[in-house]
Write a protein that binds this ligand. Structure first.
Ligand SMILES: [Cu+2]
Length: 166
């Protein structure tokens, strides 16, 4: 009998932990099972007016979601845009966009209304793909510093995470 009591207590304990994990993860993701991780941006030179924020966005839901916008404090940049870097194109007005590098000869950026994230999928905002463009930087981004960015989602509200300057 005593043994069954222990098993019962263990099962109840596991159930309680599982419940707590669900509650806590629900809170930290702002509901909807969306999570933003490892947000970063390259440090900028004084002459640079724009910068691209990258991050990993995980959708743990059975429904598709999308990033519909992002915000940073005005002490960081005047505004933001959702961008996608396209390879092999040309004639883009965004070409060079303050992010001068050798890559600019072969790539250009295009504004997108949303960044779709399929059900139970992970989207990497990364160099050569999607990013949040910071437009009109208030001051250069210094390596080692960080600032907040708030991602807004079609489902699941908003989530604020720290962006590390690399
Ligand atoms: Cu861009």
């Amino acid at each position: 009998m005593k043994r069954w009591l222990w098993i019962g207590a263990a099962v109840a304990g596991v159930a309680l932990v599982a419940l707590l994990v669900v509650v806590i993860s629900g809170r930290s993701s702002g509901g909807g099972g969306i999570g933003v991780y490892q947000a970063w941006v390259r440090s900028t030179a004084a002459s640079q007016t724009n910068a691209a924020v990258y991050a990993t966005v995980k959708n743990g839901d059975d429904r598709q979601n999308a990033v519909v916008g992002a915000q940073v404090p005005s002490s960081v940049a005047m505004s933001t845009r959702l961008h996608q870097t396209m390879t092999g194109g040309n004639d883009s007005p965004m070409k060079g966009g303050g992010n001068a590098s050798a890559e600019d000869d072969m790539t250009h950026m295009q504004e997108v209304r949303t960044i779709p994230i399929a059900a139970n999928a992970t989207v990497h905002l990364a160099p050569g793909g999607y990013h949040v463009m910071l437009v009109d930087l208030a001051k250069p981004l210094v390596k080692g510093e960080d600032f907040d960015v708030t991602f807004r989602f079609r489902r699941g509200g908003a989530q604020t995470v720290a962006v590390t300057v690399r």
